[in-house]
Design a protein around this ligand. Sequence first.
Ligand code: NAD
Length: 281
Amino acid sequence: MFRIVERQRVNPEVNRFVIEASIIAQKRQPGQFVVFRLHEKGERIPITIADADAQAGTITVYVQELGKTTFQMGRMNAGDEIADVIGPLGNPTPIEKLDGEVFAIAGGVGSAEVLPIARKHKEAGNKVIAILGYRSKDIVILEEEFRSFADEVYVTTDDGTYGREGFVTTELKDHLEKGRPIAEIIAVGPAIMMKAVCDLTRHYNIKTMVSLNSIMIDATGMCGVCRVEVGGETRYACVHGPEFDGHKVNFDLLLKRLASFKEEEKISLERYQAAVGAQDA
Ligand code: NAD
């Protein structure tokens, strides 16, 4: 069992959890993820590791309440235990000193995944520019954390309630047009955002890495559910990724596969919410 040490609601739809998982905390590297199973009969959910404290033996994750299991997790508290936490999984982000700037582009809760990658780029001696996009002011997370180390931070909101009005791509486009010396871009967020970033950077021939959030089950390369098409070949996001060269990803196929169980996910969440009652929802 894995004990929750802290739970903090960071915005109306996202919780930050600090969880005891000492071996994972010692081994994890930026870009890697864990798979949770809340209880013996629970589904497996992949979540990116946002931070870890090797000495305390804890990992930190940000979980957006999207479906039944993440909603259920959002109702767990410090002291509660998670049945399984498997990891660290996936390949760490390759990070080295680059000849040029690194742009870290984050969409919504994807900022929790980009944070450790951007920080490590800074530690490697790279100039880091962060572009963080959220739907609205009330769900902005991790801005201060990025500001604590990044050379420049730009925030956008879709509705213009905070920062610049528009998508992350509105901000990125300006930097591309100015001809900034960008060595690499890492973009993490909704698939549609990663596709839009890649469509933009392709014209400038700038290396753009994306972290793919395909549906996953076993996360060890056996089930094949997380398959994605990269450069015309089938790849498994769990063992070959989760990061890939975004210019080679078939995003249309990924978007289609991500939508496969939307209706079932909605029904499952509604049934669960009805069962636990309105006071817990
Ligand atoms: P969201 O829908 O609120 O979008 C966040 C931002 O992405 C927007 O504010 C905007 O700036 C940008 N964006 C959205 N649509 C765009 C478009 N068409 N063109 C350009 N930019 C666009 O995001 P959310 O609700 O916080 O969801 C985050 C997503 O990130 C989830 O789908 C989650 O699965 C994914 N995620 C992925 C990983 C990963 O490892 N790949 C990790 C964490 C989260």
